[in-house]
Write a protein that binds this ligand. Structure first.
Ligand code: ADP
Ligand code: MG
Length: 321
């Protein structure tokens, strides 16, 4: 490595992200020392991005840094947690300064936006692989879980799922689109906006929550399963961006919305008794979410279109009569 391990850590990771008063010792000692606020529970998540698996080889380094943190922010958002501290285990084939500067800038900008401080990590040589651990907290006993839903709860999703999967398809030349659409959709894959503020507010209203990383249908099914319910999603109610619809057409856009991945939106359930307060306190235009279906007693996940059930495989769907 052109730059030594310690010089590299010092230059790019010692002061990365926000500066927080609750960090007693951050990067530089053997471990980080952190003050956990009274009456809270610590919320911890970790996610790994492997080059060629979770992002294409040669992706912009700022995007890799951003996404490595974003996927973890999204997990904390799904718990209703406020993020605070991150650790970064970075394995890379060589220490290239321009790459590191852009990676740290992408990571640091998103970290600052969410008041997250990078407090430690590990740096090793090997095939490019990034693991971030994110810590945060919730007032004791208030975290959102996947398992709190009941039959009859309305199901919502934030944002416009499907964009990121289409962006990746464009990037990998599995699809084509005019350049303005291409840029927008690619941006949705490369720079996702995890719904941290929404997650925190949902603690007051939602019965269950999950972040959408594997595809809306699969993740809604996981929420339902954890809640001991099934789920019905209404095809006509799926929010789809104009860009995705223009790029992919109406049908394929909805297929992306249901089965694409990497959205980092929130899918959540709200009980009937909380619906009015929820929609009044968190207006959908401002908080950018849509009602897409309902939890039901019968197990499994069904997508309903004009009264009939659509059957999906992981690569697409077929109608059932
Ligand atoms: P040790 O060998 O004692 O574990 P390291 O050389 O691994 O120490 O790390 C020195 C310090 O730098 C530690 O505080 C560690 O948390 C931090 N650190 C190492 N790599 C990173 C990284 N990629 N990002 C942030 N902090 C890092
Ligand atoms: Mg170490």
């Amino acid at each position: 490595m052109a730059l030594g391990e310690f010089a590299l850590i010092d230059r790019y990771f010692r002061a990365c992200g926000a500066r927080r008063a609750d960090v007693v010792a951050g990067v530089g000692d053997d471990a980080a020392l952190l003050t956990v606020p009274e009456a809270t529970e610590l919320v911890a998540a970790t996610d790994t991005l492997v080059a060629g698996v979770h992002f294409p080889h040669g992706s912009p380094p700022a995007s890799i840094g951003h996404r490595a943190l974003a996927v973890n922010l999204s997990d904390l958002a799904a718990m209703g947690a406020r993020p605070a501290w991150a650790l970064l285990a970075l394995t890379m084939p060589q220490a290239q300064e321009s790459w590191l500067a852009e990676f740290a800038a992408g990571f640091g900008e998103l970290a600052r936006a969410h008041e997250v401080q990078l407090v430690g990590g590990d740096t090793t040589r090997g095939p490019l692989c990034i693991t971030v651990q994110l810590l945060g907290f919730v007032p004791r006993g208030t975290a959102l879980k996947r398992s709190g839903g009941h039959p009859g709860d309305s199901l919502f999703v934030s944002g416009t799922p499907g964009d990121a999967a289409a962006g990746l398809a464009l990037q990998e030349a599995r699809m084509s689109a005019p350049s303005a659409l291409h840029a927008y959709l690619r941006g949705r894959f490369e720079m996702p906006s995890p719904r941290v503020a929404l997650g925190e507010r949902l603690r007051e209203f939602a019965s269950a929550c999950i972040d959408v990383s594997d595809g809306l249908l699969a993740d809604a099914a996981k929420l339902a399963h954890a809640s001991g319910t099934g789920v019905e999603i209404h095809y006509q109610a799926l929010p789809v961006s104009a860009a995705l619809e223009q790029a992919a057409g109406a049908e394929r856009a909805r297929e992306f919305a249901l089965t694409g991945g990497d959205d980092y939106e929130l899918c959540f359930a709200v009980a009937e008794k909380n619906l009015a307060a929820f929609m009044q306190e968190l207006p959908s235009q401002r908080w950018d979410y849509h009602r897409i279906g309902v939890l039901r007693k019968a197990p499994g996940a069904a997508v309903l279109r004009d009264g009939s059930v659509m059957q999906f495989s992981h690569c697409g769907y077929q109608h059932f009569g």
